[in-house]
Design a binder for this molecule. Structure first.
Ligand code: AMP
Length: 143
């Protein structure tokens, strides 16, 4: 197997993120690959169905800022410099597809909860990323 050169790890900034980051760092180091951290901030308008007659720009900016700060903390901890920390706004699956192409990634790493039954029907980000990403996708089982 040829070595991966350009790895993207998508993280949701929950307390589970380090489980995914630990493996992504180890995998990238083993391959001598470049590692990029990605977090997608979901548009606040989505959560309210666009029904609230309110300017949500400030709230969106705050979420964006908090995400950048958290990503910077992980960047320090996992040795990923600023240029490889990406925060973007949109639907996680679509943004991850777009960034994988834009960054010419050869591996995308995501966490997976291994849902069963009804939860499985609802789908998961890992599944959405797998269907639509052209390069390899590695799902890290979250414990
Ligand atoms: P979920 O299916 O939402 O439980 O998420 C599983 C995995 O998808 C997480 O461990 C992340 O790798 C990725 N993910 C979910 N939400 C986001 C997000 N907003 N930005 C980047 N990655 C995400």
């Amino acid at each position: 197997m040829s070595a991966y050169k350009n790895v993207i790890v998508a993280i949701d900034l929950t307390e589970e993120a380090p489980q995914v980051l630990d493996k992504a760092r180890a995998m990238s180091d083993a391959h001598g690959a470049n590692l990029t951290l990605v977090h997608v901030v979901e548009p606040v308008g989505y959560a309210y169905g666009g029904d609230i007659p309110m300017d949500l720009t400030e709230l969106q900016d705050q979420l964006d800022k908090a995400a950048r700060e958290q990503l910077a903390i992980y960047g320090d901890k996992y040795g990923v410099d600023k240029a490889n920390q990406i925060v973007t706004v949109g639907r996680p699956e679509s943004e991850i597809h777009r960034l994988a192409q834009e960054q010419a990634a050869d591996l995308v790493i995501v966490g997976s909860h291994g849902r069963k039954g009804f939860q499985l029907l609802l789908g998961s980000t890992a599944n959405g990323v797998l269907h639509g990403t052209e390069c390899d996708v590695l799902a890290i089982r979250i414990r």
